[in-house]
Design a protein around this ligand. Structure first.
Ligand SMILES: *Cc1c(COP(=O)(O)O)cnc(C)c1O
Length: 395
C-alpha cells in the first residue's frame, strides 16, 4: 500500500520546488540574443541581483552551479600562492577552500565544528596574529547546508574590521540568498556568490557573483584570471560578452519570473515566511527529540538556519528505512546527511517556494514514517508546528 499518487515533493536543499509560473516562463522560443529585449532582460537581472545582495557593486551571471561561482570568485581576485583562510562550520566553506587550493592558493582552515557556527572572536584572534598580512582572503558560508548552521556575517565582518586586517571577505550565500537578510555592503563583505536552484526557486544552472570596490581592486592584479570567468571581459561593450558566449536564455526567463515573484511578495515578507516555517519545523523536531533518538545537529538554537534543518539520529537507527518509507510510500524526498553526517542525519529543507501545506505535509509524513517504522520519537511534533504557525499567523 502507498499514498504517493501525484507530484513527488522534494524536501531536499536543492534543487528546490520551482513555482509553476517559473516553469511556464521557460515554455517559449529563445530570443534573438542580439535583440534589445535580450539586453534589457540581462540588465534587469543584473540590477535586481545587486539589489538582492544589497550592494552598490555590480553582479555577474555565470552558466554554472555554485561550484562554478566559487571558481569565478577565486579566479577573479586571487593569485597563485595567495593564502586563504577558510572558516569551517560544516562542509561548504571547506569545499570552496579546496577549489582555491586546487587552483594554486594556499589554504588554512580555522577549525570549526559541525555542530556550531563560526565564532567571530576566533576569527579576530587569528587575524590579529597574521601581522604581516599573508592572508589575502577569508571564505565563509552564510548557511552551511550540511550542518544547517547559520553564521553571523555581520559579527564576522566586525571582527575582521576590529583586527584591522585587509583580507577580502568572501561569502557563499547559495543556501540563503532570497530567504533571509543579507547585507553585502553594510556588513563589509567584498564579494558574494550564490546559485539559482535553492532559495531563488529557479532551475539549476546559474551562478551569481556580486563584487564590491575592494574585490574590484584586487581583480586588477589577480593572476588566476581566465577568459570565461573574467569580470573585465564580461564588462566589455558587447552584450555577448556578459555570458562569454551564448546567453542561457531560458534560465534567464525563469530567473526573471522568480525574482518578480520574490519582489511582489516583498523581501521582508519572504524572510518572515521563511522564519515562521523554519520555526514550525524546529517545533516538530524539538518534540520528536523527546524520544531520545533524534536531536538538532546545531546545539545552539540561535545558530540554526531558517532554510534547512539537519536532524541527527542516535547510532544504530536505520535512516535508509526512513528515507525509503517517505519516498516510496508517500512521495516525499528528504535530504540525506552528507559528509561526516552520512547515514547519521537527515535534512529537511525549507527554502524558496515553500508554504504551510508543504511544510506541514512534510512534517506530517515524517511523523507518519516514524510511527510506521516504530522509531522512538516524542508524539505531537506536527501539532506543535501547527500551534506555532497558528500563533505566528493570526486570523
Ligand atoms: C548547494 C551549495 C553549494 C554548491 O552548489 P552547487 O550548485 O551544487 O554547485 C555551495 N554552497 C552552499 C552553501 C550550498 O548549499
Amino acid at each position: 500500500m502507498a499514498v504517493r499518487a501525484g507530484r513527488e515533493f522534494l524536501a531536499i536543499p536543492g534543487p528546490t520546488t520551482m513555482p509553476d509560473e517559473v516553469l511556464q516562463a521557460m515554455h517559449r522560443p529563445a530570443l534573438d540574443i542580439y535583440s534589445s529585449e535580450m539586453v534589457e532582460l540581462s540588465e534587469s537581472l543584473l540590477r535586481d541581483l545587486s539589489r538582492l545582495f544589497a550592494t552598490k557593486g555590480k553582479s555577474y551571471i555565470y552558466i554554472a552551479n555554485g561550484h562554478g561561482a566559487w571558481e569565478a570568485v577565486i579566479s577573479n581576485v586571487l593569485s597563485r600562492g595567495d593564502k586563504v583562510l577558510v572558516l569551517e562550520s560544516g562542509r561548504f566553506a571547506l569545499g570552496w577552500g579546496n577549489a582555491a587550493q586546487a587552483m594554486g592558493c594556499e589554504i588554512e582552515v580555522l577549525p570549526g565544528d559541525w555542530r556550531r557556527a563560526v565564532n567571530p572572536a576566533e576569527v579576530e584572534e587569528r587575524l590579529r596574529r597574521d601581522t604581516d598580512h599573508r592572508i589575502k582572503a577569508i571564505v565563509v558560508v552564510q548557511v552551511d547546508t550540511a550542518s544547517s548552521a547559520v553564521n553571523d556575517l555581520e559579527a564576522i565582518g566586525r571582527a575582521i574590521k576590529a583586527a584591522g586586517h585587509p583580507a577580502l571577505y568572501m561569502v557563499d550565500t547559495v543556501a540563503s540568498l532570497g530567504c533571509m537578510p543579507f547585507e553585502m555592503d553594510a556588513w563589509g563583505i567584498d564579494v558574494a556568490m550564490s546559485g539559482s536552484q535553492k532559495g531563488l526557486m529557479s532551475p539549476p544552472g546559474l551562478g551569481f557573483v556580486a563584487v564590491g570596490d575592494r574585490a574590484r581592486a584586487a581583480h586588477q592584479h589577480a593572476d588566476l584570471r581566465t577568459p570565461y570567468w573574467d569580470w573585465t571581459n564580461r564588462d566589455g561593450p558587447e552584450h555577448y560578452q556578459k555570458y562569454a558566449g551564448t546567453a542561457p536564455v531560458h534560465l534567464l526567463f525563469a530567473l526573471r519570473k522568480a525574482l518578480d515573484m520574490l519582489f511582489a511578495e516583498g523581501l521582508d515578507a519572504t524572510f518572515r515566511r521563511h522564519r515562521l516555517l523554519a520555526e514550525a519545523v524546529r517545533s516538530a523536531v524539538g518534540v520528536w527529540s523527546e524520544g531520545q533518538v533524534f536531536s538538532f545537529n546545531i546545539d545552539n538554537a540561535r545558530e540554526r538556519a531558517d532554510t534547512v534543518t539537519t536532524v541527527r539520529a542516535a547510532d544504530g537507527h536505520d535512516l535508509a528505512a526512513l528515507h525509503r518509507y517517505c519516498k516510496e510510500k508517500c512521495g516525499l524526498v528528504l535530504g540525506v546527511g552528507i559528509g561526516e553526517l552520512q547515514n547519521r542525519a537527515f535534512r529537511i529543507a525549507h527554502m524558496g517556494h515553500i508554504n504551510a501545506p508543504m511544510i506541514l505535509g512534510t512534517l506530517g509524513v515524517i511523523e507518519m514514517a516514524l510511527t510506521a517504522l516504530n522509531i522512538p520519537h516524542g508524539k505531537g511534533g506536527v501539532a506543535a508546528a501547527i500551534d506555532h504557525l497558528a500563533n505566528g499567523v493570526p486570523a
